[in-house]
Design a protein around this ligand. Structure first.
Ligand code: NAP
Length: 248
């Protein structure tokens, strides 16, 4: 069976690091992104240089119609997805709950919760023996925020990752007898451009003194765990979480 991986939000940060490692593991790599064509092109070129087949597809994963088109294109060009990394995620400016608008909450929940659930749905339709599939593996990219709560900063984001964790447990049990494993990673403070979204691009270096290991993480350290969970080396792991928080 051809190994085909879809990495949502694969153009930058943790997703891009995962795409580069996937290239070395024999996957055909599909990089999804929302709007940054330049980053998607750059990551595609890096993956191609490693000798893997790669394509990038723009799609907003908070919209099911776009997810349907995304999977259809992968079917047509690479064959059905055998591995899904639900990595795309977003956060908004740091603020207290009393200052959060309905619009903000809906945007966070659609991108960080509804999107991954819908992407999993369309992956399961291809992976599950109930639908003619041959199994597969899903990794959700959650956050240590799911257990810490992010008080005073972005409780909405933390709550969205808590929902993703519960989804990971439920889906893993729903699919455990059908050859599909579902796991999650929970990164802590990782050096990517993500923190600019919350209003402070220097956030990780400022917070390093409070991290037990004394430093922020890098995207590759998260990608290694994702690739391991996807692989047959993790064949008995489902419904599990790997925390990559430097001790947080
Ligand atoms: P990043 O560098 O900001 O990259 C985010 C990626 O997601 C980009 O490729 C972006 O595409 C894509 N994306 C965002 N919204 C999307 C949407 N609606 N549809 C499709 N793609 C979308 O972020 P990162 O730090 O690598 O974070 C990746 C994941 O790790 C997220 O789920 C995040 O919550 C989680 N995480 C990160 C940290 C951290 O410290 N960095 C910690 C814990 C958890 P465009 O650039 O085209 O918009």
């Amino acid at each position: 069976m051809e190994k085909v991986i879809l990495i949502t939000g694969g153009s930058r940060g943790i997703g891009a690091a995962t795409a580069l490692l996937a290239a070395g593991e024999g996957y055909r790599v599909c990089i999804n992104y929302r709007s940054d064509h330049v980053a998607a092109k750059r990551t595609c070129a890096q993956v191609r240089e490693l000798g893997a087949q790669v394509m990038s597809i723009q799609a907003d994963v908070s919209d099911e119609a776009q997810i349907v088109s995304l999977f259809a294109r992968i079917d047509a060009e690479f064959g059905p997805v055998t591995a899904l990394v639900n990595n795309a995620g977003t956060v908004a400016e740091a603020s207290r709950v009393e200052d959060m608008s309905e619009l903000r909450l809906l945007r966070i929940m659609k991108t960080n919760v509804v999107g991954p659930i819908l992407c999993a749905k369309h992956a399961v339709l291809r992976m599950s023996p109930r639908h003619g599939g041959k199994g597969g593996s899903i990794v959700n990219v959650s956050s240590v925020a799911a257990r810490l709560g992010s008080a005073g900063e972005y409780v909405d984001y933390a709550a969205s990752k808590g929902a993703l964790d519960t989804f990971t447990i439920g889906l893993s049990r729903e699919l455990a007898g059908g050859g599909i494993r579902v796991n999650a990673v929970r990164p802590g403070y990782i050096y990517t451009d993500f923190h600019a979204l919350s209003g402070d691009p220097q956030r990780v270096s400022k917070l390093e003194p409070g991290i037990p290991m004394g430093r922020g993480g890098v995207a590759e350290e998260v990608a290694e765990a994702i690739i391991w969970l996807l692989s047959e080396k993790a064949s008995y792991a489902t419904g599990t979480f790997i925390d990559l928080g430097g001790g947080r």
